[in-house]
Ligand binder design. Structure first.
Ligand code: PQP
Length: 409
């Protein structure tokens, strides 16, 4: 009798590879299967635990004491494995070490600080859109807009020199691959890691940076004693790692959403045109819908009870942000991109003490680009087959061919 009463029910298991090409091409079926299997699932291929329901993902994100980041937010467990580069002071740290760098960066990237960039970015977006539309009514939304705009505004805002900026996207792409297993994607990036890392590290030095950008402001914080001079270059490195690929894929997501929603709900783009202040909600809804950052790991700091199961101390848990953002337990009609829903509460920017410190930068970029496009374009639709870009962490597009119809000026 006691045997039955005390026995732990069998943990649901799944042998899929969340980082395999098939899942990266279309993760939605795996997400649905994991959500259905239960609140926690064993991923046998990597011997890690998985949360795919909103409730558990949200709970883990806000419980930084129980689910630490300092052992790494990728598959690699820093307790046992040497990280590929010195750990991030923000992403791969917990309080108290996390707090000073976080405070500094949230001031540098906060809404107040961005006010002085706003006008210039709106003008830059208009100039870019003008230039792209001047080349014809068909173009690739990824290269022409989603990549071009962040590359036009962000490196200048950080204050790095022109030379070598083509390294930013490949470096970021590798860093986000490196949160996954050492699979083919990591192997493809490996030959350039030393060269790219050396370039990125060199851009973090004080004398390389302009004296008025985000980089200079981080160094100024070290003069005030808010962080140490040893920490400053690593905080700049976080900007260079996280600041371009993420917004490129976020912008791709919102452009794809509008280009495809056009078929099912042409009124979505019309609504944005009539009310450009919807640009920000549209971007957040796209971040929910597409979840450009699909997954991050945490590590259990004690035996954590989840329903009738236990995640043992020291074990990695893969949090499926993308699955949580489409959990029907939390969202009505989760698969539809819908400007009339309230997307707040999505976990595409995380939640809790690590919630995306760059989200205001991302929203400003999106607002600038969408506003400029909506002013000139009265219809946007796909003009050919889209192609995914595979990355172990990011849900990304390689190519989104679009056709636009120009409206009144
Ligand atoms: C999603 C910091 C943040 C930002 C780092 C680092 C890397 C990636 C991200 C992920 N990140 N948005 O290296 O400090």
């Amino acid at each position: 009798m006691t045997a039955t009463l005390n026995s732990t029910p069998t943990l649901p298991a799944n042998d899929a590879d969340p980082f395999g090409a098939e899942v990266l091409e279309d993760p939605l079926p795996l997400h649905a299967a994991l959500r259905e299997a239960g609140p926690v699932v064993h991923l046998t291929r990597y011997d890690v635990y998985a949360f795919a329901r909103y409730e558990q993902v949200h709970a883990a994100l806000v419980d930084w004491q129980g689910f630490q980041s300092a052992a790494g937010v990728g598959l690699s467990n820093f307790r046992y494995e040497e990280p590929w580069r010195p750990p991030s002071l923000l992403l791969e740290a917990d309080p108290p070490r996390h707090d000073a760098p976080r405070r500094v960066l949230s001031r540098v990237l906060g809404p107040r600080a961005l006010r002085r960039l706003r006008e210039g970015w709106l003008a830059d977006a208009e100039e870019l859109v003008e230039q792209v539309l001047g080349g014809g009514e068909e173009f690739d939304a990824v290269s022409a807009l989603a990549q071009a705009f962040p590359l036009r505004v962000f490196p200048d805002a950080v204050g790095i020199p022109q030379e070598g900026r083509e390294n930013l996207l490949p470096y970021g792409d590798h860093a986000f691959n490196a949160f996954g297993p050492s699979n083919d994607l990591v192997a493809e990036g490996a030959p350039r890691v030393a060269e790219l890392s050396a370039w990125v590290d060199a851009q973090c030095a004080r004398d390389v940076l302009t004296d008025d950008g985000f980089g200079a402001q981080i160094w100024a914080a070290s003069d005030r004693g808010d962080i140490t001079p040893e920490q400053a270059p690593l905080v700049v490195r976080s900007l260079l790692t996280a600041g371009v690929d993420t917004t490129v894929h976020g912008l791709s997501a919102v452009l794809y959403a509008f280009a495809t929603a056009a078929a099912a709900h042409p009124q979505q783009w019309d609504r944005l045109r009539e009310q450009p202040s919807l640009a920000r909600v549209a971007f957040d809804e796209a971040v929910r819908w597409e979840s450009p950052v699909q997954t991050f790991f945490r590590t259990a700091t004690c035996d954590v009870r989840v329903g009738e199961h236990v995640v043992p101390e020291g074990r990695k848990i893969l949090m499926f942000l993308g699955a949580a953002n489409r959990d029907p337990r939390r969202w009505a009609d989760p698969d539809s991109f819908d400007l009339s829903r309230d997307p707040s509460g999505h976990v595409g920017f995380g939640m809790g003490i690590h919630q995306c410190v760059g989200q205001h930068v991302a929203r400003l970029e999106a607002e600038a680009l969408l506003t400029a496009l909506a002013r000139r374009v009265d219809r946007i639709e796909l003009a050919g087959p889209t192609r995914r870009h595979h990355n172990n962490t990011l849900r990304a597009w390689e190519s989104i061919p679009v056709r636009v119809r120009l409206g009144r000026r």
